[in-house]
Design a protein around this ligand. Structure first.
Ligand code: NAI
Ligand code: 15L
Length: 263
C-alpha cells in the first residue's frame, strides 16, 4: 500500500530538495522539516521547522504520518558534539517519535562511509559489517542498528540506504563506482515507500559497471536503477583522489583524514 502522509527530514538539503521537487503533489501530505528555512509550503506540503535533537518537537513532528524519509543530519565529518546531537540523538528521537505515532515505516539515509574502511577491491552487500571510516560513518552504522531495534522489536519497517555519491553526475574516478543518480535515488526511495520488508540494508547506487556493491537485496525489493556512471568514464575517469589511502579504501577522502592506522 502506498503511504499517503509522508514526513521528510533534512528537506532543505541537497537530497531533500531532489525529493521535494520529485514528490510535489504526489501525496495527500508531504510534511517537510529541517532546522533551516524551507521557504513557503506548496500544495499539499506542510513545513515544520524542528531540531532533530529536540525530543518533544520530533515527537510532534512524527504525529499523523504513515512513512518517514529520514535524511536530516550532518552529512560530513566533524567533531563529536555536533554529530552526537544531530545524528545520534536525532536518529534516536526520530525512531522514538515514529514508535509513539505508530508510523508504518522509516527510510533511513545511511552512508557508504559506514563501510568506508573496506578496501575497494572487495564487493560488499547490505549484509557486510560496518567498518566506519569516520565519526560521521560511525553515526550511520549506529543509525542502522537503531533501525534494526525499532524494526524487530517495535514493528517499524526500516530500509537503510547506504548512499554512495548522489550527485547530478560523477565528478571523479571513485564516483564511477559510487555514483547514485538523482533519478535512481528517487526510484530507490519509492521502492522503500511501497515494498514489503522488515529491516533491510541496501546500497544507494546506480547500475554502475564499476560498482563495489552487490545490491541484489535492493533488486529483490523491486529497485530497477536506470543509470550507469560508465557513460562519464571518458570525462572523469582520469580524475583520481589525491592520496593512496583515499584510492585504496571505499570511503575515499574520508579515510586519510586523521588516519593513524596500519597501512
Ligand atoms: P545536506 O547536508 O544537504 O542535508 C542535510 C540536512 O539536514 C540539512 O538541510 C541540514 O540543515 C539538516 N540537519 C542537520 N542537522 C539537523 C538537525 N539537528 N535537525 C534538523 N535538521 C538538521 O545533505 P544531503 O546531501 O542532502 O544528504 C541527505 C542525507 O543523506 C544525509 O543524512 C547524508 O548523511 C546522507 N547521505 C548523502 C549522500 C550524498 O551523496 N548526498 C551520500 C551518503 C549519505
Ligand atoms: C556522504 O556520505 C556525504 O554525505 C556526501 O557528501 C559524499 O561525500 C558521499 O558520502 C560520498 O562518499 O561521495
Amino acid at each position: 500500500m502506498t503511504p499517503k502522509r509522508i514526513l521528510l527530514t533534512g528537506a532543505a538539503g541537497h537530497l531533500g530538495g531532489v525529493l521535494r521537487r520529485s514528490f510535489a503533489g504526489q501525496f495527500q501530505l508531504l510534511r517537510l522539516s529541517d532546522v533551516v528555512s524551507l521557504g513557503t509550503a506548496g500544495e499539499s506540503e506542510e513545513i515544520l521547522t524542528c531540531d532533530l535533537a529536540d525530543a518533544a518537537a520530533v515527537r510532534a513532528l512524527c504525529e499523523g504520518v504513515d512513512a518517514i524519509i529520514h535524511l536530516g543530519g550532518i552529512a560530513y565529518e566533524t567533531g563529536w558534539p555536533a554529530l552526537l546531537q544531530s545524528n545520534i540523538v536525532g536518529t534516536i528521537n526520530l525512531y522514538e517519535g515514529a514508535r509513539h505515532a505508530g508510523v508504518d515505516r522509516v527510510i533511513f539515509a545511511s552512508s557508504n562511509h559506514a563501510t568506508g574502511m573496506h578496501p575497494n577491491d572487495r564487493t560488499l552487500s547490505g549484509e557486510s559489517p560496518p567498518r566506519p571510516d569516520s565519526r560521521y560513518g560511525l553515526t550511520k552504522a549506529f543509525g542502522e542498528d537503531v533501525a534494526a531495534l525499532y524494526a524487530y522489536k517495535h514493528g517499524i519497517r526500516s530500509l537503510c540506504l547506504r548512499i554512495g555519491s548522489c550527485l547530478p553526475k560523477p565528478d571523479n574516478r571513485r564516483a564511477l563506482s559510487t555514483w547514485l543518480s538523482h533519478a535512481d535515488f528517487v526510484r530507490l526511495v519509492q521502492v522503500g515507500l511501497t515494498a514489503d520488508y522488515i529491516h533491510e540494508i541496501v546500497y544507494g547506487v546506480s547500475d554502475n559497471t564499476r560498482s563495489w556493491w552487490d545490491n541484489s537485496a535492493a533488486y529483490r525489493l523491486g529497485y530497477e536503477p536506470q543509470d550507469n556512471a560508465e557513460i562519464y568514464a571518458a570525462e572523469v575517469g582520469n580524475i583520481e583522489l589525491d592520496t593512496e589511502l583515499a584510492r585504496h579504501y571505499q570511503g575515499g577522502n574520508f579515510v586519510p583524514n586523521e588516519f593513524s592506522g596500519r597501512k
